[in-house]
Design a protein around this ligand. Sequence first.
Ligand code: HT7
Ligand code: ZN
Length: 877
Amino acid sequence: APVVRLEDYRPTDYLIDTVKLDVRLHPTATRVTAELALRPNPKGTPGAALTLDGDELRLVSARLDGVALGAAAYAVTPSSLVLHAPPQRPFTLTLETELDPSANTKLMGLYRSSGIYCTQCEAEGFRRITYFLDRPDVLSVYTTRIEADREEAPLLLGNGNPVERGEVPGTGRHYALWHDPFPKPCYLFALVGGRLDKVSQTYVTGSGRAVEIAIHVEAGKGERATYALDALARSMRWDEKVFGREYDLDVFNVVAVSDFNMGAMENKGLNIFNDKYVLASAEKATDADYANIEAIIAHEYFHNWTGNRITCRDWFQLCLKEGLTVFRDQEFSSDERSRPVKRIADVRTLRAQQFAEDAGPLAHPVRPAQYREINNFYTATVYEKGAEVIRMLKTLIGAEAFRRGMDLYFERCDGTAATVEDFIACFAEASGRDLSQFFTWYEQAGTPTVTASSHYDPAARTYRLDLAQRTPPTPGQAEKRPVVIPVALGLVGESGRELPLKAGNEVPLANGVLTLDGPALSVTFTDVPERPVPSLLRGFSAPVRLEMDLADEDLFVLFRHDRDPFNQWQAAQTVATRVILEATRAARAGQAISVDARLGEALAHFLDSRAEADHAFAAQVLALPTEADMAREIGGDVDPDAVFTGRLAVKRALGAALADRLAALYGRLASRGAYSPDAASAGRRALRHAALDLLAAGDAARGTELAVAQFAAADNMTDRFGALAVLAHLPGAARETALADFAGRFHDDPLVLDKWFALQATIPEAGTLDRVRELTRHPAFSMGNPNRVRSLVGSFAMGNATQFNRADGAGYDFLADVVIALDPKNPQVAARLLTAFRTWRMLEPGRRAKAEAALKRVAGTPGLSPDVSDISGRSLA
Ligand code: HT7
Ligand code: ZN
């Protein structure tokens, strides 16, 4: 595929003001008639040919202003339709195409999922339905007539508001007419046809408009959609309250389908979801599932303003809608649940996904300057780092100016296809600040490292803090500029009191936030009554790596006393990271591992004094850095077996040292009463699970006994699956019995079996690859379903460091085989699986060579999709 560059952006030569679609659904021969009202774009080239995009299309007929097009007037292939000399006035092009939704395994365009007709058009799926100017800066008003067999598809949904429905006499077919008054790009088009159950309610907006909100799910699963419906209503209220944004149509429909390439899609008035992010019940969904459902329902709903009403000019601006909408959904979940715990969870994800991406060959800026395959840019950098950039903006200009900037953006850009420049201009205006250097965050890839050192002068009562930043080179960007880094900070006395923050020299310090915008900055604080411990990057105020050689004892001070809960947690993590690093070094050197007892003592004190105050926070404290966290920390020449051994030794030592406390905590936190997914109850279960996990590491027999009992007695999936997850790390008959029991209980529920597939794929034992291969032949497994593939193969490749990175390279070969086999069917999912190699250069030489060979084998496969060829090519570059 050719490279597309941001600098080459040009407006289209034609505009499409209205689109009238007539879609006659049929399992294998769906007919689509598209009536496009076109006109020359005043910003385009007069007289230019009109080139419409297509993808695997078959044209049946083409008419211009009602007259069949002569053969000489146009050229058509499955991937384009060119009108050589279009009229230089408004005209109508009527195109008829025929599609086979049942044969659509790519799940882009119109396809069938368990008999339900549905669409996925972002990013470039609409061109698989009809020939079109398939780009986000072409905004049109859509009217859609959907026709189908009444028995097969009693429910027919489209974008916008319902206008009319009726029978097609004598055919057994019926139709529905939908009209969406808001001009939109074609990637937001959607339709659904099928036999579905619904849960619904009337939502009254702040200004008193009644909106029918509904969730449609496979027959018999309606009960499991009530949580999602409630989350939707809460999201709508929150957006009114916090961003002043009201919903704008008479109906809002959500449809859940079981075959879906990603999490969900924000089509105007008709969100389509992966059913994993809609369906929940106490018996079948975990607390984490509930939290994800709430977050994704909110995310897609919030797109109505950030993405739909204001869309992107081109796909380079993807972060304009995605980073901003992630920021909005993070804020929603923080308000609905616990802000510090949500922040810790988000930073864990950011580091695990985005920092990993930024440190390897797939690194790219939040706003990339070029791409070959846009589907490969729905990344942690665009989404998660994109959200961090907005968060920093808010920190830098303050909450009030941020809100004014958002209001201005909604007012000024509503109904347009905007750019990141348009967005930032609103905040520059609202705050009176020059944000030109801030813009570097959008253009420069890589994770900056901030180094900090300090000196306290007791006689002068001054404290000097020296900060410096540097960003390592990334592909195509050897030289890096300094970025604007808000460093939220505090000074903590040894006894834990917060010391005054008085900057003695001319430095950019406001509201406890220092702005580091050059390569280095020195600040001298005055009237500092005692030697302070610096608490830097409070709340993780910038997406950077912090290097500071604080003594362990200072970190314990922060862990105990910092008024910022994020930095309390961070301090404990930093100590744990050091302890695991040392254990890993010893393991690699073949030496005996000894574990510094002070970490256990600090955790013991924490369990005794504070664990009960906030269960969810305590669970985060007890969760050690992951193997992947450790690998990133080591940074190169990584031996995943040594990391695993070192980390496990630390976990065992902590489990043994804290055994009595953990057992007591585990007993105290036992479930009482019926399951409820609320944050406090989920926090209690999370801490209980963390206690059991650690306890089982220290004492396998006791852990097995407790986990087996919990598994058998559980009345909810969080407890049952939590017990099974602990058993998964304890080889033996009890584990296999529980796994078999679980499969038997939930044999008819694919979403629950996904948990079972995923768990087995992450067992850190030599037999796991064979187990995974065997599971690919399980009757419930299918390469055609993205959730199954991600659960089994994705969990193996992304969540099992020792077995994916087997020294013999068999893990890599397995993934390469799956990617090559899946690519012709579903390139998007295949390409995403292949990103499991994104950190291959950090491995020790033996594994690195094997990973490279597997990647080269993929890259050399004839007929690769643009998706996989792009990822394999960039990974090897
Ligand atoms: N805007 C959506 C991203 C998306 C997508 C969703 C489903 C299948 C294919 C897709 N391509 C891109 C989802 C979101 O971020 O809200
Ligand atoms: Zn999104």
